[in-house]
Design a protein around this ligand. Sequence first.
Ligand SMILES: Cc1cc2nc3c(=O)[nH]c(=O)nc-3n(C[C@H](O)[C@H](O)[C@H](O)COP(=O)(O)OP(=O)(O)OC[C@H]3O[C@@H](n4cnc5c(N)ncnc54)[C@H](O)[C@@H]3O)c2cc1C
Length: 501
Amino acid sequence: MVLRTGEQYINAIKSRNKVEIYVLGKEVKDVTEHPFLKPSILSFKATYDAAHEEDSKFLARAWSPFINEEVNRFTHIHRSPEDLAAKVKLLRKLSHKTGACFQRCVGWDALNTLYIVTKLMAEKGKKDYYERFVEYLKYVQKNDIALAGAMTDVKGVRTLKPHEQKNAYLKVIEVTKEGIYVSGAKANITGIAAAEEVIVMPTRAMSDKDQDFAVAFSIPLDTEGIKVIVGRQLNDARRMEEGEIDALPYRTNHEGLVIFDNVFVPMERVFMLRDWQMSGILVEIFSAYHRQGYGGCKSGLADVIIGASYNLAKQIGVEKASHIQNKLTEMVLLTENMYSTGIAASLDAIKLCEDCWWVNPMFANVTKQLVTRFPYEITKLSTDIAGGILGTAPSEWDLKNSKLRPYIEKYLQGISDYPVEDRLRMVRLLENVSLSVAFLIESVHGAGSPEAQRIVLNRIYDYDYAEKIARYLANLEKTEFKDKTEPWRQTDTEKISQQKS
Ligand SMILES: Cc1cc2nc3c(=O)[nH]c(=O)nc-3n(C[C@H](O)[C@H](O)[C@H](O)COP(=O)(O)OP(=O)(O)OC[C@H]3O[C@@H](n4cnc5c(N)ncnc54)[C@H](O)[C@@H]3O)c2cc1C
């Protein structure tokens, strides 16, 4: 089963018995046949097909020492800086194949996070979690499981701690010898209806009073007590029209609210239980992994937008105008900025243990901070180049109306080499990608809202050391320079990983 094809993945998620999945208020049993979810399933599928396609399999496959076989990289534990860079490159490439978010990254980052966190806990004497986790990892790799990752709690009043409010954080209700019972909800969970399993993690640092909320586990989606309410996106009803220009063939992501109503999790799937001291470290490790990845997927979507903008400029004969060239150049600069910080976060990785590599946390947070801004700039520039038609084009149903088509072809014609239908198709592609949840809203809030990265930048950057450098150069004091070039402090994760060795 290692290295599934896309078809094998689709067959695996066809039938669900216990989970309840709701789309637009109605329960859906077969997610693979539902038009609302189909574009999302196709995007997931691309992650499987990539491991078999000649142009991408060198990135989409990796060797696993855990099962001594090649696995899909989406289940791989990074073993070198080059592995981390391959992640970013794979994500950029997959964006070209989907034009959308492909939804397997959160689960993948959760696997890598739990590998490190359970290992750190094992080094402090709690060996069970690590042993359970490695068994689970082998199962995921052997079966090429589609994972979602659920970190974000619904959080209620943001300024109150978990124990200070009701129903805002997922909670351990009961612990037995066999397992645990949990209740609560996780919000905005990418790809949840199309995933086979979900990995649940705490969303913030916790205190001893919050220990019932400090829990990490994995659970098959098809488990009694789990309910998924799939969220809406702009233009989503177009998917129900069964067209082939206005909505499909574009792929999308979906997100959902996942409700856990007294769900039983067997003990072999529990990877953290009331270890409140480790929840802050877990969040630090996960968020840096996830922020690094955005350098790949968002630069890949930007490539699609640049290509569509260039084509639309050609269709109306303006591609050589100096301001259009400047705008395209600016889009390239913004795109390559996001990508290069993601690559830097990978190649300047930090070795936390013999076989665990963590991304450079400063560069990872810079990557995501750029991603909170640049996609909006890129979308603005592409809207400028495409013209108002981006928001006003007739529908494919108008084009397919034999009475209207001659008028549309007559009045929307640009350079005669390009049929009007090509223009409409390209406009729709640009609209679906540049104004998508994946390129805009996810870029701001996915992997944490903008302020979350700025907090980390300030925590790592050593202003005192920078001040010492300035005081030295101003002849105000003698400075002992550190070995390290960058004026950076260590993260809590680095400190903890050094304490044990
Ligand atoms: C498209 C998309 C996909 C996602 N996919 C996943 C996923 O697969 N898995 C997952 O776990 N999560 C996922 N997320 C969730 C994401 O991580 C959260 O959206 C993010 O952490 C922000 O949380 P929030 O949405 O609750 O924002 P909010 O907390 O509601 O933030 C709103 C504003 O309040 C501010 N704020 C929040 N708390 C405080 C405070 N204490 N003090 C001062 N200001 C505060 C924020 O900075 C922000 O400006 C996804 C989000 C999106 C949009």
